[in-house]
Design a protein around this ligand. Sequence first.
Ligand code: AMP
Ligand code: TRP
Length: 359
Amino acid sequence: MVVILNDRESFRAARTIRTMTSSVSRSATAPDPKPNRPRVFSGIQPSGTTHLGNYLGALRIWAKLQDDNDAIYCIVDLHALTLPKEPGEVLAGTVGMAKMLLAVGIDPDRSVLFAQSQVHEHAELGWLMQTVASYGELSRMTQFKDKSARRTGFVSVGLFTYPTLQAADILLYDTNVVPVGDDQRQHLELSRDIAIRFNSRYGETFVVPEHRIPAVGARVMDLQHPQNKMSKSVDSPQGTIGMLDTPKEIEKKIKRAVTDNDGEVRYDPKAKPGVSNLLELLAAATGANPADLAENYSQYGPLKADTAAALIAELAPVQKRLAEIDDQDAINTLHAGAKKAAEIAAPVMTRAKKAVGLL
Ligand code: AMP
Ligand code: TRP
């Protein structure tokens, strides 16, 4: 259930929620009518192949958080434009991502699911965010440094200002908690800094959000280059497990995953990144602890076999549901979600403009 709050009153209410805990679990069929649940917001880009890192680090947690929170999930199509795209590519990705999010269990009856470009307040607040973030801060963002260094040609200004749009996404919804993978830690810190700066410059306007990074699976590494994270934007097909990979492909990729020569199964991400990544994957899929799991193995072969089997079992239900979802149903869900999102975002945008003092 999503509750619409207005102006400064809503700001106060939203801030109070931040201090509340959310430990009571509820069934999917009987959502709690209590309005003041913590607000959760997160986003994912509709580009490239959705992979195991996205799923373990973010998407499956998004699905869980629907039980006890007021959840809003956004396909950030405007963010995807920060790297050059063919016309229509982002739209196809958006529909595909909507289907994926429905398949992982995002339930439009319990959450708001929408595409960023359909709620114009994101771009509008994004501009205000640019005026309270500094050039120096944005220059320190490692994602910008990595992505711009990897490109030989055109680097858009949007790639540089990307984190200010992300801050707008979050702050527009009086968000308390942002579930993300470890790579978003720095962007979340910046969103917090921007919210605090805006509030001190213009008066209390935004809720200062907190990140939620999972203990296991927050940084899934590339199977071929285990010192790098698994990524949509890096071309490493053998190092990346896609959500749609078949059991055979998963087995093959895990079997060929890079390990090391000392033959010892131990959880030590610095010294043994490949083996530790396998342990982490197995732990994420089974709910165990990676260091404890290491004690069950003396060779890499059985560890790889068990990891592949656990991942295949983890992805099978998602793949089955995905095959049953229709494009048009996904599009309809996004349209309905955008209406609900706009009802929440519009008063917050007005609140921000009033705080700044615009006509
Ligand atoms: P993106 O693919 O950049 O749109 O990321 C969507 C979500 O997946 C974000 O919350 C990321 O932090 C998370 N994520 C991306 N790559 C990984 C990874 N290799 N391991 C864990 N989480 C990830
Ligand atoms: N930058 C995030 C990523 O690359 C995607 C994103 C955009 C996001 N806006 C957001 C995540 C708001 C959380 C909240 O993964």
